[in-house]
Design a binder for this molecule. Sequence first.
Ligand code: AMP
Ligand code: MG
Length: 431
Amino acid sequence: MPVSGTEAAAGTPPRHGPAELVTVAEHRRACLDLVQPLAPLEASLLDALGCVLAEDVVATRPLPAFDNSAMDGYAVRVADVAEATPASPVRLPVVADLAAGSAESMRLAPGSAVRIMTGAPVPPNTGAVVPVEWTDGGVASVEVRHCPAEGQHIRRAGEDAAAGVVVVEAGTRLQPRHVAVLAAVGRARVRVRPRPRVVVISTGSEVVEPGQSLGPGQLHDANGFGLTAAALDLGAQAYRVGVVRDDPAELRRTLEDQLVRADVIVTSGGVSAGAYDVVKEVLHRTGSVGFCGVAMQPGMPQGAGTLGEDRTPLLALPGNPVSAFVSFEVFVRPVLRRLLGEDPEAPDPQRPRVRALAAAAWRSPAGKEQYVRARWWRDGDGALRVEPVSGAGSHLVTALARADCLAVVPVGVDGVEVGDEVECVLLGPAA
Ligand code: AMP
Ligand code: MG
């Protein structure tokens, strides 16, 4: 019974006194300490998209592998067409036709031309390729109207990459352009860090599936979908588990079932000090998950630790949808980035940061780091501006959809005045 209250699993949960708040940085460190990058495995190229490469990929042969034509035209020796002009073209017999993929090995005899298509290997003693536009396009013989420079329109073997050159470095998060290059050097499979498997569990007896009608006191499961989508968006393999009621036995059973397929478990709800805070109740008994208050708004109550024999990392987030979303950004994202093989301390390309001038004033609790749903824009004079999109209530979920950044107010600051510079974490690409 890995999730039972009687067997304390050997983990190192972050432990803090009940009243004392820990800083965001301290709790993030405690979360990061729970995980290591996942062990690399071989993946086919399309499966590797979005994963972090775990090897330097080298061109094992020159790229291109052979000298070939950059144009549809005629392979010639430059001396044979040196005098060619539109007024006095040079006519050469066409002795062969080379299409792309041709394996014919032939030398170009002096005084002749070979009709050649883009990508076809040029005969060894070709001086240049005359584009078809500079000729009459003849098949048996060709009239050449301009003289090409030596080597013109020939792509040389190895000019893209010499054999032995690293074409994509270990540590690269693979984008489509990298996949193209891996294929171009002939790799069908590469070593990558796998996508972390993230199991997302919502808790709350009041929470029901979207699509179902609401009874009295009920609301729809925003967190299960929002958190799963956030994990997918980051490149994880995410599984959303249906909502678990505030029943310790049901939660214990669900966690035990899910452990086998999880590299990390993320729960929402049930971590405050209320009577039915089932996540806290079940997990603090394991002895391997710690709960604390983090000096942030929203998202103060947090839990983190490991579960079961394999010490599967678990992050327990608060239930208010805005708190859950911000907690994902601040704690779960870095954890998933580390599992994926990225450096969680390095700038996050999906979350650029800008400094913007506040276009409105707002209050902030001085003892907490505040994350404000906000919108940013660029003024006519080029200055960046930012403004909150709603009140501070963590249940105000529609403002999340209108926000395109989180404005971050540090500890020690009790308010933002118009014109103050504020750090903003952009939730999409910087425009
Ligand atoms: P809790 O942290 O469980 O006390 O929940 C705090 C607030 O968030 C309560 O108002 C819950 O109804 C709400 N809540 C909890 N889980 C969800 C969820 N999955 N989707 C939407 N709201 C939730
Ligand atoms: Mg609850």
